[in-house]
Design a protein around this ligand. Structure first.
Ligand SMILES: CC(=O)N[C@H](C=O)[C@@H](O)[C@H](O)[C@H](O)CO
Ligand SMILES: CC(=O)C(=O)O
Length: 305
């Protein structure tokens, strides 16, 4: 039996942390990691969508992970997303992540070409073989990757004993139930869409990985605590407020992560830099949304936490 307790909790997706000149910042990465440790989150998911992985070079992703591990090791679960869309670079990052002691490596399927399932399985198993002593987590995000984790592909992947979980970001929460049912009790399924965390937990998710957890961790930690006690009716109003905040962040013309980093700077005084092109930074007209979000987050935290 695999012990999945290290995956049972709120796991913010770690934001890319840039210096003023746009390079990956060790200082900002470590300040952000320390903040999340203090907030009491279960772990972090580094180098995923929120980490702007597809806009970073292999060396930059290594630098960010190394900086993070100096702070996080032994204090938080670390899941490193290592996919680069080509097998060789992904394997290099997987081996690097294992060397630095992560708890798991994770990967989206290869994007752009719609490859047959045997090629996707080969891609994932190659990456997993490059980190042979480390758990492997499948990242299912069909709306962005263009390929879904089907049941036949899932069953094929379960033949690899290192496959320890699925981060499920597809919209039907039913998918969480199916992966959990066939994966078993010692297999970790993570809720992806933050907007339906309560639903994902109710149907059986063990933990949750999310792009908006970092900007308001208190709210999601509270939702998780209540849901684990079965107090769903108390968790729902917090979910509804969190969703309102997400919709407000997404009303910006600039990218959501640019809004998130600005909100964090205003609320917590922590600088994470901007976002990398082709993602857009914030526009003047976005500031009204940012201000609204700051206020809504402050109010929700004082109301529920
Ligand atoms: C499509 C996407 O990026 N999904 C993320 C991961 O599952 C979520 O955590 C979102 O960032 C979040 O639900 C906000 O829409
Ligand atoms: C948003 C998210 O979960 C990611 O960074 O992949």
């Amino acid at each position: 039996m695999r012990d999945i307790s290290k995956y049972q909790g709120i796991i913010p997706a770690f934001y890319a942390c840039y210096a003023e000149d746009g390079t990956v910042s060790v200082d900002h990465t470590q300040a952000w990691a320390e903040y999340l440790v203090k907030k009491g989150v279960k772990g972090v998911y580094v180098g995923g969508s929120s980490g702007e992985c597809i806009y970073q070079r292999v060396e930059e992703r290594k630098k960010q992970l190394e900086a993070l591990m100096e702070v996080a090791k032994g204090k938080m679960t670390v899941i490193a997303h290592v996919a680069c869309n080509n097998t060789e670079d992904s394997c290099e990052l997987a081996a690097h992540a294992q060397k630095h002691g992560v708890d798991a490596v994770a990967s989206i399927p290869p994007i752009y070409f719609h490859l047959p399932e045997h090629s996707i399985a080969q891609y994932w198993n190659d990456i997993s073989s490059a980190a042979p002593d480390t758990d492997f987590i499948i990242y299912n995000i069909p709306q962005l990757a263009g390929t879904a984790l089907t049941m036949p592909l899932f069953h094929e992947m379960l033949k690899n004993p290192r496959v320890a979980g699925v981060k499920n970001s597809s919209m039907p929460i039913q998918d969480i139930q199916m992966f959990k049912m066939y994966g078993g009790n010692d297999f970790a399924v993570f809720n992806g869409p933050d907007e339906q965390l309560v639903g994902g937990l109710a149907i059986g998710a063990d933990g949750a990985i999310g792009g908006t957890y970092g900007v308001m961790p208190e709210l999601y930690l509270k939702i998780f605590e209540l849901c684990k006690k079965g107090e769903y009716e108390k968790a729902c109003p917090i979910q509804y407020d969190a969703d309102k905040i997400i919709y407000e962040m997404c009303s910006c013309k600039g990218n959501m992560y640019a809004a998130i980093k600005e909100i964090i700077k205003r609320r917590e005084g922590i600088e994470l830099g901007g976002v990398r092109k082709p993602l857009s930074g914030l526009f003047e007209e976005d500031m009204v949304h940012v201000e609204r979000c700051v206020k809504m987050i402050d109010e929700a935290i004082s109301k529920y936490c």
